[in-house]
Design a protein around this ligand. Structure first.
Ligand SMILES: NC(=O)c1ccc[n+]([C@@H]2O[C@H](COP(=O)([O-])OP(=O)(O)OC[C@H]3O[C@@H](n4cnc5c(N)ncnc54)[C@H](O)[C@@H]3O)[C@@H](O)[C@H]2O)c1
Length: 276
């Protein structure tokens, strides 16, 4: 379905690793809606090569950048504005990684160097992107910047360990930079808090299948798929949401408003019966 919602708009999309990635779907949707953009990912991810397929499909060049490096982000933003022939209308931050989660360290046994890396890659990189965009005056008025978050920023999900703090920081950066860029150029900055989604980053979290099922059973609409998250991103990049800013927007099928669902009650009642 294309309504040309992004006709004439240009931007940067980070974080497309493979076709399961949320950013991959955002790129496909943005292209279908008439946008032109540059793709970016960490040089390491580039070696896996899958992103080249997306680049051809969307006619979008790739500019590699480690999002923790201000220098590489400077080259990304100047390269993108040069290639696209002007300032940007949208930026997607779809980046997350925790070495502690990768090494399966639990919350009482975190490696603090890893913890700092988690914060740097998953949260500070968002600040750095906006810092570079501001310094280069790379954004058009009413540009829209979106990052992806998770409800573990507000609630406890034990296996999410230090990523919970990274997401809390990410959402705070959205509010604070949202104020600054809003005052300067009417730029919008939001985070989308997405349902558990079966991607490389998602399934790397311990116990993922259990809390994917739990969220599915707790949400009246079920878990939001990556394609629907992409649609939500497109609506935020479009002119239809020009006064939405500094928000953490729940995209979770209703999960965040639930106490308990009948579905979950039935599961627990059956389990109690089986244990009796
Ligand atoms: N999958 C889920 O359940 C879920 C739920 C809510 C939010 N999110 C968030 O969505 C975003 C995208 O994740 P995804 O689920 O699509 O998984 P993904 O693994 O496909 O994407 C994560 C991306 O981060 C990139 N990345 C890691 N380190 C980087 C660095 N130093 N510089 C630049 N890029 C780097 C990876 O290469 C990868 O492309 C993340 O912020 C994630 O936390 C995911």
């Amino acid at each position: 379905m294309s309504n040309n919602l992004l006709a004439g708009k240009v931007g940067i999309i980070s974080g497309a690793l493979d076709e399961k990635s949320i950013a991959w779907k955002v790129a496909q949707r943005a292209y279908a809606q008439g946008a032109r953009f540059v793709l970016t990912n960490a040089p390491l991810a580039m070696r896996m090569g899958e992103i080249k397929r997306l680049s051809e499909e969307c006619n979008a060049p790739i500019i590699p950048a480690d999002a923790t490096s201000v220098e590489e982000l400077e080259a990304l933003f100047s390269g993108a504005t040069a290639h696209l022939g002007g300032k940007l209308d949208f930026v997607l931050h779809s980046i997350g990684m925790s070495p502690n989660i990768r090494k399966k360290r639990d919350y009482g046994n975190l490696d603090y160097k890893f913890f700092q890396q988690t914060l740097d890659v998953s949260a500070l990189s968002f600040h750095k992107m906006m810092h570079v965009a501001e310094k280069q005056d790379a954004l058009n008025e009413y540009a829209s910047i979106v990052a992806l978050s998770y409800i573990a920023a507000q609630r406890v999900f034990p296996d999410y360990t230090d990523m919970s703090q990274a997401k809390a920081m990410l959402e705070s950066i959205a509010r604070n930079y949202g104020y600054r860029l809003g005052m300067q150029k009417k730029v919008r900055v939001n985070t989308i808090s997405q349902s558990p989604t079966k991607t490389t980053a998602g399934t790397g979290v311990g116990g993922f299948d259990a809390f994917y099922d739990y969220a599915e059973k707790m949400s009246p609409l079920g878990n939001a798929p990556a394609e629907a998250c992409a649609d939500y991103c497109i609506s935020l990049f479009s002119d239809l949401t020009r006064y939405v800013t500094m928000q953490n927007l729940m995209h979770d099928g209703g999960f965040s408003s639930m106490g308990v669902s009948e579905h979950m009650m039935n599961v627990l009642t059956e389990a109690a019966g089986a244990g009796a």
